[in-house]
Design a protein around this ligand. Structure first.
Ligand code: DGI
Ligand code: FE
Ligand code: FE
Length: 190
């Protein structure tokens, strides 16, 4: 799949704002890939495609996941913002002919993260936090950290996400917590 094909694929599935976000994440992912030695073209495609399922209505997302035989844990079923990552990867693989496992995994893990993330997964995870359309409080600090290392930005980013979720008494996925702990252990071990 070329970048032009990926854009054509996502355009009708996303709102104007979400489409713009996807272009911004792709641009940032290419930049981070070049900086940290990941494949820039895979980063571009994963960035364009990462939120492909985000604007599908919740009921339809559930139906599609059932169709792909995706089994959700209780935490996942109760956290609808997590669905688009799992569903997006399955949809891209099964309906859009995306065969590249690295790209599919970068989409699959872009929301929660996980322990042992690949370089491309880290690039997309970080680009999603710091892309130029983002303007939450603290984004400038995250952008600064992303120049230092992907792990530094991810540490701050996951701490921020976990803090927000806990503050709202929202469920925190175990993969998010496991990633956060891994990043802290790596930092403290150095
Ligand atoms: O799709 P985007 O908005 O670009 O970004 P994203 O895929 O990282 O989704 C962010 C949302 O997902 C945000 O509202 C926080 C939420 N989220 C991230 N990790 C967790 C989570 N929600 C729950 N319930 N649990 C998590 O571990
Ligand atoms: Fe997302
Ligand atoms: Fe996103």
């Amino acid at each position: 799949m070329t970048a032009e094909e990926a854009k054509k694929l996502i355009r009708p599935m996303l709102s104007e704002k979400r489409y713009h976000h996807s272009l911004c994440v792709a641009k940032e992912a290419v930049r981070l890939a070049k900086r940290y030695g990941a494949d820039p073209e895979k980063a571009r495609l994963a960035g364009l495609l990462h939120d492909i399922a985000k604007d599908i209505p919740a009921e339809k997302q559930l139906k599609m996941m059932a169709g792909f035989a995706i089994i959700l844990t209780d935490t996942e079923r109760a956290s609808r913002k997590l669905w688009h990552a799992v569903l997006g990867a399955a949809y891209l693989e099964k309906e859009c002919g995306v065969a590249d496992g690295e790209i599919l995994q970068a989409v699959r893990w872009h929301t929660t993260g996980r322990v042992g993330m690949s370089l491309l997964e880290k690039v997309i995870f970080t680009a999603d936090f710091v892309s130029e359309d983002r303007d939450y409080k603290g984004v400038e600090e995250l952008r600064r950290l992303a120049e230092e290392s992907l792990e530094a930005a991810m540490r701050e980013g996951t701490a921020f996400t976990i803090g927000e979720l806990a503050g709202a008494q929202a469920l925190i996925h175990p993969d998010t917590v496991a990633l956060y702990n891994e990043l802290l252990l790596e930092k403290n071990g150095k």
